[in-house]
Design a binder for this molecule. Structure first.
Ligand code: HEM
Length: 448
């Protein structure tokens, strides 16, 4: 099948890398050349050092781009624990030298709740598993199928808005609102609060969009701004929890107010529930948006693939997995560290290093995948990709995200007979470490 033709390589200030010296995954414009950079990393530096960017100034960061290395790290949380800081790390302030610096703000209340809930509800791997199995799996993990009807309605309502027009700005009129509507429904947030929730969702991922370098650092000023916006979100969730404790409905927040957490044989506190809700809202929105927007581009790039899937819907789930593999929404995260001296691909990685796991590069590792950048619906081990990570800490929301993507394409194939790029696309991406196409103008013919 044809390789992607999406023409996105002449954008932004950065030139396409040719040698290892040109490779920079984090500066402005890097997004437009990530996949060229991964090919260079695979052949020349599969374990790539970022000097001075480890857990302390005298330690380093390392970009891992091989599937086997990333998989080994995430499957062994005792040896490669999560990076933990007492306070968020910050980028140097942009305030000029010598002027007064603001004190570093503490975590936002909502983030605080998330950390408290992690410490109290799942301080070790055994409780981590129990937490997932009892509290999140039934809603957004393997139990997400319960939302099929709701997701199908959300998809259809969105398509109804533009089906008569023959054109659509696919990101803002479909891919972005869908996960927001779905998560509002799952959590039980009122639909009339959608706009505010969307703004809070954007604030939640700000670190991953505007943060600098592999550690997604914000300046103290940006952290303070975050604090303000997300405090409002925290107050809002607190109010929702209180309302639902009093008058439970059929939604995840209500359920969390009532459930007895079996592993600790007790009910959850408000703060613990806020922590869980914060994590669901943070993880559940933009990631799925990016996945669906990328899949639309893969289909516009390959009309034969569009026709094949439209004619045989049983293949949609294979397409969704391959789409997630070749265009991972979360391209990489610096969330693990070494607890002892290690070696990867013959490169020594000392204790205290931060590991940047480049999921998207591992997903196209030629030692793991034949013709790695091609969509192959008959590939063996289709779900072995690293897009949701692997092992005990992998993404708990993969169930609902997969459901959304599968239903979206099923209904889009029902209702459209063609899908192609409209002439006015730049294919520019947002900054940061997510693969976020800013805008996607498409045209289509309506199915009979
Ligand atoms: C295409 C969509 C998505 C992608 C690519 C994605 C990717 C990821 C990745 C790579 C991680 C890190 C795992 C690790 O450190 O080993 C993660 C964690 C997480 N994801 Fe997702 N995710 C997606 C959708 C969702 C959804 C829909 C939700 C919520 C409903 C969600 C909630 C979370 C949470 C709460 C975590 C933190 C897990 C923890 O440490 O407890 N994600 N996700």
């Amino acid at each position: 099948m044809a390789q992607s033709k999406t023409p996105n390589h002449s954008l932004g200030p950065m030139k396409c890398p040719v040698t290892l010296q040109d490779v920079d995954l984090f500066s402005e414009g890097a997004q437009e050349h990530w996949y060229e950079a991964y090919e260079i990393l695979h052949t020349e530096a599969p374990v790539h050092r970022i000097p001075g960017e480890g857990t302390s100034p005298d330690t380093d960061g390392f970009i891992l781009s091989k599937h086997e290395d990333i998989s080994r790290v995430v499957r062994d949380p005792a040896r490669f624990p999560p990076v933990r800081f007492d306070k968020p790390m910050m980028a140097p302030s942009e305030v000029p030298e010598g002027s007064e610096r603001k004190a570093a703000p503490e975590f936002t209340p909502a983030m605080n709740a998330m950390m408290i809930s992690m410490q109290s509800l799942r301080p070790n791997m055994e409780l981590w598993r129990a937490h997932r199995q009892q509290l999140t799996d039934p809603w957004v993990g393997p139990g997400a199928g319960r939302h099929e009807e709701m997701v199908t309605k959300a998809v259809d309502d969105l398509i109804d808005n533009w089906i008569d027009r023959g054109t659509v700005e696919f990101v803002n009129e479909f891919a972005a609102p869908l996960p927001q509507i779905v998560m509002n429904n799952v959590l039980g947030f009122p639909m009339e609060d959608m706009e505010r929730l969307r703004a809070w969702g954007v604030a939640q991922v700000r670190r991953y969009v505007y943060g600098r370098g592999h550690r997604n650092l914000l300046t103290p000023e940006e952290e303070a701004e975050q604090m303000e916006v997300l405090s409002e979100f925290s107050d809002y969730v607190q109010q929702q929890v209180a309302d639902k404790r009093r008058e439970p409905k059929d939604d995840m927040i209500s359920w969390l107010t009532q459930v007895t957490y079996e592993a600790l044989d007790r009910k959850l506190t408000d703060l613990e529930i806020i922590g869980i809700v914060y994590a669901m809202h943070l993880g559940g929105l933009e990631t799925t948006q990016y996945a669906i927007a990328e899949q639309a581009q893969l289909l516009c790039d390959d009309p034969a693939l569009f026709a094949e899937l439209k004619n045989d819907r049983s293949k949609i789930r294979f397409f969704v997995e391959e789409g997630l593999r070749v265009r991972a929404p979360t391209q990489g995260l610096s969330t693990r560290m070494t607890s002892q001296d290690e070696e990867f691909q013959g490169v020594k990685v000392p204790k205290g290093s931060i590991l940047h796991m480049r999921w998207a590069a591992g997903n196209i590792d030629p030692s793991e995948y034949e013709c790695p950048r091609q969509i192959k619906l008959d590939r063996k081990g289709l779900t072995r990709h690293l897009t949701f990570s692997q092992g005990p800490r992998s993404c708990p929301g993969s169930g609902i995200s997969r459901l959304e993507q599968n239903i979206a394409w099923n209904r889009l194939f029902d209702r459209l007979s063609t899908l192609e790029y409209a002439p006015n696309n730049t294919f520019a991406h947002q900054p940061g470490i997510m693969l976020g196409t800013l805008e996607l103008n498409l045209k289509f013919e309506r199915a009979a």
